[in-house]
Design a protein around this ligand. Structure first.
Ligand SMILES: [Zn+2]
Ligand SMILES: [Zn+2]
Length: 172
């Protein structure tokens, strides 16, 4: 959905619609949309600055990076962005940290689908976890340790205890 900067109505453009993304457009490879992504956007031009304000809402299924079990990941995110013409473009490093919501538009157009996609990707955690306390799976037997310890864990801690006993005995 491409917006022509020079054709924006004076009162701004209001958009309320669902966006669809193909699988490889989202950064989280294993994510699956459980609900369509709905976006409410307002695009307003003031001089050469274009303000894109909006919210996105959806529900995805992620795969926990520790226990590999899918879990629901709701997205309900608001954003407030400023787009400047490409003539003013500077590198990211030159922008102050409080200018992080500044982007640039090219050829006097803004693709709202790209805006929504970028904002969606920003909501994703670096490492998806079903819960911060997720214990993950046993590296030996692959059992989900969240459902209780497996025998390998016990054996492993036993052998460590054995080593400690030997260590302590040698000290004496
Ligand atoms: Zn997990
Ligand atoms: Zn195990």
């Amino acid at each position: 959905m491409i917006v022509d900067i020079d054709r924006l109505p004076r009162e701004g453009l209001k958009i309320s619609k669902n966006f669809e993304f193909i699988h490889d457009e989202i950064v989280e490879e294993d994510a699956v949309f459980l609900l369509p992504l709905h976006a409410d956007l307002t695009v307003r031009k003031m001089g050469e600055e274009v303000y894109v304000k909006g919210k996105i809402k959806t529900l995805l299924s992620f795969v926990c990076s520790r226990c590999l079990i899918p879990f629901e990941f709701p997205v309900d995110s608001h954003f407030d962005l400023v787009y400047l013409p490409e003539e003013l473009e500077v590198s990211r490093e030159e922008l102050d940290s409080d200018d992080l919501n500044i982007s640039f538009y090219y050829s006097r157009k803004i693709d709202l689908k790209d805006v929504v996609l970028e904002q969606l990707n920003l909501t994703f955690p670096v490492k998806p976890l079903c819960s911060q306390a997720c214990q993950g799976i046993c590296p030996v037997c692959g059992k989900n340790i969240n459902n209780g310890d497996c025998s390998c864990v016990t054996k492993d801690s036993d052998s460590r205890l054995e080593k400690l006993k030997i260590f302590l005995k040698d000290k004496r």
